[in-house]
Design a protein around this ligand. Structure first.
Ligand code: NAP
Ligand code: HSE
Length: 438
């Protein structure tokens, strides 16, 4: 009779409470699949008296999560506190140093310290599992590390943040305001403790940094990622996108280019006919373009307690079975330092929404500035302004003008916008959203 795996959990919030509940609910299935039981023996959080909707009185309580990580009766530590440094890092380091496998959902920690922690795990001959750190319940980490291990990946992209997709979806479909929908995402347990990580694009960037390393066999380089969030997206942009046949999604994209590996996170105009544009709500989608397999898209719940706990349980099963793999698909020492592709060299189409002072010559000046940089326009849409006192079409009041360009470079777009601003026909900094096309 093999003894049960004794688990300590540091962090009993949205995800931690779900893990406690699901380890009870699925105990028999897990035991059958692992050939041994999986039993929580110790827990830690900040507030012992808080009602978490699960019975934790049967477990040993630790005020200090690092003491839990070192406790003699714990075989495996699940870190679910969050944060790239501080207690979460201390817990993971203490557990690995003690030769205990770790399971974590903490993408911020991995994006900043993943290589050092993986090296520590390798030195100790134990695993650090982080399926839950990327795209919630979607099994993309295992897919890249194991199932697609025989492929050469060219590109990986997707919707990697449930909160942002939930916000954009409800703003578009229900006409709700940004703050109102963000509050719902927080109430439902989708958002990070500091939601700036979600809406600012940083959480997507943390996940993309992990995926890039797994996909391309490169060192994690979170600092190389170009990051833009969704806070500047207005109802007018969502409406314009809809009218023009697009849907705005916050995408994370990593791809090999001639100048190196491009990693970028930004709101993106995706053609409505594309499967990824049809992914709504808290759902995530990850698309992998690889050789020889071709194109694969995994779609599923990207945030929330149970979806994330599903991935935690998968890693826990590996631990109980005694499976130890290189966390980033190969020994850390073999991960290459990648050339960074500068964002200025990015090529693609652009949506540019200008607030143009409605007077003679403005449109011509804008067209000239684009032509000077060899930027070809696919369409120009000028929205009719509200009723003007004069009605003569020369009020000088700002009106929205949207330009859609054919493929060009980021550098050309930035230079054209700078020149337009200097001309004095534009009332405020333009909204620029990159377009993904076939
Ligand atoms: P959460 O609800 O804020 O829970 C955090 C837990 O950590 C709480 O139980 C908190 O204690 C505990 N904690 C914080 N600091 C602590 C400290 N110094 N000592 C002991 N305990 C401490 O967070 P969550 O949403 O469950 O997320 C946990 C992790 O999973 C994060 O890394 C997050 O990025 C990741 N993640 C979350 C989701 C999701 O959908 N929520 C999905 C994927 C990954 P108290 O309860 O006593 O305050
Ligand atoms: N806050 C994250 C999200 C949790 O909304 O996607 C899942 O990683």
């Amino acid at each position: 009779m093999v003894e049960a795996l004794r688990v300590g959990i540091a962090g009993l919030g949205t995800v931690g409470a779900s893990v406690v509940r699901l380890l009870d609910a699925h105990a028999r299935t897990l035991e059958a699949r692992c050939g041994r039981g999986v039993a929580i023996v110790a827990v830690s959080a900040r507030d012992r008296s808080r009602d978490r909707g699960v019975d934790i009185s049967r477990f040993e309580w630790f005020d200090d999560p690092v003491a839990l990580a070192r406790a003699p009766g714990v075989d495996c530590v699940i870190e679910l506190m969050g944060g790239s440094d501080g207690p979460a890092k201390a817990v993971v380091e203490a557990a690995l140093a003690a030769g205990r496998p770790v399971v974590t959902a903490n993408k911020a920690l991995l994006a900043h310290h993943g290589a050092a922690l993986a090296r520590l795990a390798e030195d100790k001959g134990v695993s650090i599992g982080f399926e839950a750190a990327v795209a919630g319940g979607i099994p993309i980490v295992k897919a890249l590390r194991e199932t697609l291990a025989g492929n050469v990946v060219h590109r990986i992209s997707g919707i990697l943040n449930g909160t942002c997709n939930y916000i954009l979806s409800r703003m578009e479909l229900e006409g709700l305001g940004f703050e109102e929908v963000l509050a719902d995402a927080q109430r439902l347990g989708y958002a990070e403790a500091d939601p700036t990580f979600d809406v600012g694009g940083f959480d997507t960037a943390h996940k993309l940094a992990i995926l890039t390393s797994l996909a391309f066999g490169t060192q994690i380089d979170a600092d190389a990622i170009h990051i833009e969030g969704i806070s500047s997206i207005t109802p007018l942009d969502l409406k314009m996108a809809d009218d023009l046949g697009y849907r705005i999604k916050l995408l994370g994209v990593a791809q090999r280019t001639e100048t190196g590996i491009e990693q970028r996170v930004h709101p993106t105009m995706t053609p409505k006919t594309w499967p990824i544009a049809q992914v709504m709500g808290v759902t995530n989608a990850v698309n992998v373009l690889a050789e020889p397999v071709g194109e694969i898209t995994l779609v599923g719940p990207g945030a929330g307690g149970d979806a994330t706990a599903s991935s935690i349980l998968a890693d826990l099963v590996d631990v109980a079975r005694g499976v130890v793999v290189s966390p980033f698909a190969q020994p850390v020492a073999g991960l290459e330092r990648a050339e960074r592709a500068p964002m200025q060299r990015h090529e693609g189409g652009y949506y540019i929404r200008l607030s143009v002072l409605d007077r003679p010559g403005a449109a011509a000046a804008i067209a000239t500035r684009m032509a000077e940089r060899q930027i070809s326009l696919e369409s120009i849409v000028q929205r009719r302004p509200g009723p003007r006192p004069s009605g003569d079409g020369r009020s000088g009041a700002p009106v929205p003008v949207v330009l859609i360009t054919y493929a060009t470079t980021e550098a050309a777009i930035r230079a054209a916008i700078e020149a337009m601003m200097a001309d004095g026909h534009i009332a405020e900094p333009p909204q620029v959203i990159r377009i993904e096309r076939e």
